[in-house]
Design a binder for this molecule. Structure first.
Ligand SMILES: *Cc1c(COP(=O)(O)O)cnc(C)c1O
Length: 311
């Protein structure tokens, strides 16, 4: 299953006062099935195959990276896919949803109130009555299979001290901190407002994962913290400063950023660097400062939608 994916390249972008910035380009693994969304899908698809399901059903917003990735991965690995979309149908379909349909995904819409019930057995039973035997994957691929896949994100990558990653639900962070070695740590940048609540959610995700018996590379999570001040007003909210930062960053380093997740995280890292947050070189060696690994979690497909909505 993994053989059609390129191993994600690591790209060095800068060294400032001995602090090394390297980017792990999960966006480069496959044209459509990439980023953290592929890692979160991997073990869900394997479980579905093993249990002989032929249809995947999942949930998401109209611009969702997860809907996009599930449609493409389903097509690639021979599953029918059903996307349950929050809100009413809007025609013509936006670029995310028209791509999903091209990949063979069947779209169904739930009004916001019904969508809120997506985790309940009542709604899930209703879906099974309507669509038969389907393998359900939660919104964002954010379940324990999702965590398991994310323990593989930094596999084979060496020579870093601190991982930085954008954070929606924290599933990706959870997988990462269950795979780090002694001496390594992680910083997560919530992209939604008041992201502090994620601390408790991620703690319980980690506890549940470790109690589940699923394989974990290490038996206790590496130290991690949240940086909650880089949300730019909330989920999918952007301003000119953020857009300009992302565009300039792409010009300077040749790394495209998505506005919903990675641009906010990269902005945060550059800001912390300016504030002297990371350990600098001792001056005796050319290097010797903190070695940062920024995870490019993908999501570039969403930029078209954001750019269109701002016009
Ligand atoms: C979904 C997503 C995230 C957030 O992942 P979580 O596991 O929910 O924290 C980060 N970056 C991109 C590009 C995403 O699509």
């Amino acid at each position: 299953m993994s053989s059609i994916f390129l191993p994600p390249p690591t790209q060095q972008i800068a060294i400032r006062a001995g602090v090394e910035l390297n980017v792990l380009r999960l966006d480069c693994m496959h044209p459509w099935v990439n980023g953290n969304k592929w890692f979160k899908l991997k073990y869900n698809l394997l479980e579905a195959k093993e249990k002989n399901f032929t249809t995947l059903l999942t949930f998401g917003g109209a611009y969702s990276n997860h809907i996009f990735a599930t449609a493409a991965a389903g097509n690639l690995f021979g599953f029918h896919t059903i996307g349950v979309i929050r809100g009413e149908e809007k025609l013509p379909l936006n670029p995310t949803l028209s791509f999903a349909v091209e990949q063979g995904m069947q779209l169904v819409y739930l009004d916001r109130e019904a969508y809120r019930q997506r985790q309940t057995t009542a709604l899930q039973d209703e879906m099974r009555q309507r669509f038969g035997e389907v393998f359900m994957i939660p919104e964002g691929g954010s379940n324990l299979n999702g965590v398991r896949g994310c323990t593989e994100i930094t596999k084979g990558v060496t020579g870093f001290d601190t991982v930085c990653v954008a954070c929606g639900t924290g599933t990706t962070l959870a997988g990462i901190v269950l795979s780090l070695e002694k001496g390594q740590n992680a910083i997560a940048f919530p992209v939604l407002k008041n992201g502090g609540f994620l601390k408790a959610e991620i703690d319980s995700l980690l506890t549940n994962y470790l109690a589940s018996g699923l394989p974990a590379p290490v038996d206790s999570p590496a130290p991690w913290e949240l940086m909650c001040d880089y949300h730019f007003g909330g989920y999918a909210k952007v301003n000119d400063e953020l857009l300009q930062f992302a565009q300039q960053f792409t010009k300077d380093y040749g790394v495209p950023l998505d506005y919903v997740y990675t641009a906010k995280m990269f902005y945060g890292v550059m800001d912390l660097l300016r504030q002297g947050y990371f350990k600098k070189s001792d001056g005796l060696r050319p290097a010797g400062g903190e070695r940062i690994l920024l995870i490019h979690t993908g999501g570039l497909q969403g930029n078209i939608g954001i750019e269109q909505r701002r016009k």
